[in-house]
Design a binder for this molecule. Structure first.
Ligand SMILES: C[S@@+](CC[C@H](N)C(=O)[O-])C[C@H]1O[C@@H](n2cnc3c(N)ncnc32)[C@H](O)[C@@H]1O
Length: 330
């Protein structure tokens, strides 16, 4: 097996300089943004705090939360290049059992600034907490906006294998010619990146939890692979990628790994320290992560956890009996 090639380490600066390669800022995002010149960042990609009362946030009224975010977003707009993109990854804010879809609440803030929505990407995952009073949530979204109509979209860098590469046009001028692309197909706006097998390990097979390649102590980390697709499609080598709420640095690693310049801030020193360690581990070849495009884990049916446990067999058999008599749906 050949070992992957790692880049030679680059210095990590703690304040923004135009000639830096990597900037990790510990402090409020507004203070980092004050250091960044107008019209300089090609891609802003982040998962902001959801106002859920996680370790790193105090929960406030939803209106107040959105006002605070709108203030930060106005600064993000200023630093974004005219041909730049902004990707905002969010789920739901939940209060007293009522669900507030954050992307819908955020949309107006971006639209008011003149940003143009290109995709509302569904990031679908197969596992998670089981709800008892509503359907269990199994997706979050990424709003991809551009600042203008002139923007980078490197589709060929993110094509995925086609299911039917041998498909041909069956009528018209191109009849008989191959209809696909030898580089693969457009990955579409529904992404089933990694969380499925990530959570499989966390929730279903706790004894391998500690072995997961990416997970750190951060409660809401997103996978490097998810960001990589955006980095490859929406930027070119040498461009700046900014994550204003960088957590443990997943977006920065996705950028560095693909020869982009990376800048991020987090107000928690603990996360910034972890981000620094992860970047250094990337450079010395010890960082565990899933390679872009790794197939999603599918249970084989032979694993113990994918079999019906003895204690539930009776209930399953009764249900199957009712289904076969057509009584189950009454
Ligand atoms: C949802 S997490 C992002 C996690 C990140 N995507 C990762 O993979 O590690 C949001 C992060 O924003 C940080 N944060 C919240 N408010 C902030 C602020 N005003 N300035 C800087 N960081 C902030 C939190 O400490 C938290 O780590």
């Amino acid at each position: 097996m050949s070992l992957p090639l790692f880049q030679s380490p680059k210095p990590i600066d703690d304040h923004f300089k135009s000639d830096s390669d990597i900037v990790l800022f510990n402090g409020d995002v507004k203070n980092l943004l004050a250091e960044i010149p107008d019209n300089s960042i090609q891609l802003i990609i982040t998962s902001p705090p959801y106002n859920l009362g996680k370790d790193y946030e105090s929960r406030v009224e939803i209106e107040h939360y959105l006002e605070q975010q709108a203030d930060i977003i106005a600064d993000l707009y200023r630093v974004l290049k005219d041909e730049g993109s902004l990707c905002w990854q969010v789920g739901n804010f939940v209060e007293n059992g009522e669900v507030y879809p954050l992307d819908i609440l955020y949309y107006g803030i971006f639209k008011k600034l003149g940003l143009r929505l290109r995709n509302r990407i569904i990031w679908r995952f197969g596992h998670g907490l089981h709800a008892s009073k509503r359907f269990s949530g199994r997706y979050e979204t990424i709003l991809w906006f551009t600042k203008s109509d002139k923007y980078i979209f490197n589709l060929d860098s993110v094509r995925i294998p086609s299911k039917y590469p041998g498909k041909r046009h069956f009528k018209g001028e191109k009849k008989g010619q191959l209809s696909g692309n030898p580089l693969g197909k457009n990955p579409s706006d529904v992404w089933e990146v990694v969380l499925q097998d990530w959570e499989q390990e966390i929730w279903d097979i706790p004894n391998v939890k500690a072995n997961h390649p990416e997970k750190t102590e951060h409660p809401c980390q997103y996978p490097i692979e998810l960001v990589e697709r955006c980095v490859l499609a929406l930027t070119n080598e040498g461009d700046w990628v900014l994550d204003p709420f960088a957590g443990v640095g997943s977006a920065l690693i996705a950028a560095i790994k693909n020869n982009r310049r990376a800048v991020g801030s987090d107000k928690e020193k603990e996360y910034v320290d972890l981000a620094r360690q992860r970047i250094l581990s990337y450079f010395n070849g010890t960082l565990g992560y899933r390679q872009l495009g790794t197939p999603v884990y599918q249970p084989t049916g032979k694993d113990k956890v994918s079999k019906i446990p003895d204690e539930w067999k009776e209930v399953y058999e009764q249900r199957n009996l009712l289904e076969s008599k057509g009584e189950y749906s009454k």
